[in-house]
Design a protein around this ligand. Structure first.
Ligand code: V47
Length: 341
C-alpha cells in the first residue's frame, strides 16, 4: 500500500474534511441526495452465521419469519401508493425456501408495478442462489434481470481483508467472489452499490485496503453508483467488540472514502447507522447522499439503530435544509426528481 495513502488517517479531521469537501462540492455543490424508498426483508432465517448480524433468527433474536411472495407484493404496492419509487430487497439466506421463491418476489412485484425501481439481492445472496440452484453466477444474474431487477444493493461486502472476514463471517461469499459478482453485473450494463462494515475488529489499514479493492474494480467497470460505509451497530449479536468508534473516526473514514474513491460518484452516509444528525454532518466531510425514507428497517435496527420505522419525508427535507444543504430527491440511479430550493 502506498505510504502516503496509509498516512491519510494521521491527518487532522479538518484537513481531511477540507480535501473531501472540495471534491464533494466540485461534484455536487451543496446538494444532498435522498430517495423515497421501502425496504423489504423477505425472511430472517439464514444458513449463514455472521457474527455481527442481529437480524437473522438466532438465540439472541428468536423470531423467525418468512413472508409469502404475496405479502412482499402487498408491501411493495402499499409503499408505491404512498410515493415510494424504489423497493430495496435484501434477504437472509433461507435454505428452506427455493430459488424460485426469491425470483418470484421480483417477478410478481414487477408484474404489479412496472415502473418501480427494484434494487434487489446483494452479492452474498447471488452466491447463495448459485449454491442452492447449482447455476453459475452469470445464470443467476441473467435470471435476476429477466425477473425485473434493476440494480443491486451494496451489502455483503463487509470487510474484504480475508483474515478479518474469516473471523466475522466465515462461510459467506468470499471477497474475491463479491467483487466478481459485481463485475459480472456491471458487464451486463447494470449499476450497483458497495458497502463496507467498519468499527468492529478491523483496523484502519483494512478499511483502506477495502476501498482500494473497490477503486480498482471501478476503474475497470465504472458500475458502482455509491460507496456506503456502514457503522457497525453493537447490540444483539455475537461480535465481542470492546472499543467503539468515535464520531471523529467515522467522519475521517467518510472523508478518506471521498478522497480515495473519486471514481465512485456518490458517498452515502446511510442515516440508520450514522444517526440523522451525524449523517448530515458527514455532508461537510464528503458525503452527498443519506439514503431515503425506508419506511421499515430491520437489519440495523435489530442491532440497535433507531431506524425501525424509517423517516418522515417532511422531517428529512427540513433537517437537510436546516443544515444548509439543498435537499434533492433522486431516483435510484441518481437522476434528479425534485430540487427543494
Ligand atoms: O452487508 C449487518 C450490514 C448490510 C449489521 O445499496 C450491519 O443502497 C451495521 O445491503 N451493524 C446489508 N451494519 C444492508 C445493505 C444496504 C444498506 C444500506 C444501503 C444499501 C444500498 C445497502 O447490513 C450487510 C451488513 O454489512 N449489517 N449487521 C450491524 N450489526
Amino acid at each position: 500500500m502506498d505510504y502516503s495513502i496509509k498516512k491519510l488517517y494521521d491527518l487532522d479531521l479538518f484537513e481531511l474534511g477540507e480535501m473531501a469537501k472540495e471534491i464533494r462540492e466540485k461534484k455536487f455543490g451543496r446538494k444532498m441526495y435522498f430517495n423515497i424508498n421501502r425496504h423489504i426483508n423477505p425472511t430472517n432465517i439464514c444458513k449463514d452465521v455472521c457474527k455481527f448480524c442481529a437480524f437473522s433468527a438466532h438465540r439472541k433474536n428468536p423470531n423467525p419469519y418468512t413472508l409469502s411472495v404475496e405479502e412482499c407484493v402487498e408491501i411493495a404496492k402499499s409503499a408505491y401508493k404512498k410515493g415510494a419509487k424504489e423497493v430495496h430487497i435484501v434477504s437472509a439466506h433461507n435454505p428452506n425456501v427455493g430459488y424460485d421463491y426469491y425470483m418470484s418476489i421480483v417477478k410478481e412485484i414487477r408484474k404489479e408495478l412496472p415502473d418501480i425501481h427494484i434494487k434487489a439481492f446483494t452479492a452474498a445472496e447471488v452466491n447463495f442462489f448459485s449454491e442452492i440452484s447449482s447455476k453459475s453466477y452469470e445464470e443467476v444474474l441473467d435470471d435476476m434481470i429477466d425477473a425485473g431487477v434493476d440494480s443491486m444493493p451494496g451489502g455483503g461486502a463487509e470487510i474484504f481483508d480475508e483474515s478479518i472476514r474469516n473471523k466475522i463471517c466465515k462461510g459467506k461469499v468470499s471477497s474475491e467472489n463479491w467483487l466478481k459478482i459485481h463485475k459480472l453485473w456491471h458487464k451486463r450494463g447494470r449499476k450497483s452499490n458497495a458497502t463496507m462494515l467498519f468499527g468492529h475488529i478491523e483496523n484502519r489499514d483494512h478499511r483502506i485496503d477495502h476501498m482500494l479493492r473497490l477503486k480498482r474494480l471501478q476503474d475497470e467497470t465504472n458500475g458502482f453508483n455509491a460507496f456506503i460505509p456502514l457503522v457497525y451497530q453493537r447490540k444483539n449479536n455475537f461480535l465481542n467488540v470492546k472499543n467503539f468508534l468515535t464520531s471523529v473516526e467515522i467522519l475521517k473514514t467518510v472523508a478518506i472514502s471521498r478522497i480515495l474513491l473519486e471514481n465512485i460518484p456518490h458517498i452515502k452516509a446511510y442515516w440508520p447507522v450514522f444517526t440523522l444528525n451525524l449523517a448530515i454532518v458527514a455532508g461537510e466531510y464528503g458525503a452527498d447522499d443519506i439514503d431515503g425514507t425506508i419506511e421499515k428497517e430491520s437489519i440495523q435496527s435489530s442491532a440497535g439503530a433507531n431506524s425501525s420505522n424509517g423517516l418522515d419525508l417532511e422531517e428529512l427535507i427540513f433537517r437537510i435544509k436546516d443544515a444548509g444543504f439543498i435537499p434533492v430527491e433522486r431516483d435510484s440511479l441518481y437522476n434528479e426528481i425534485k430540487v427543494y430550493k
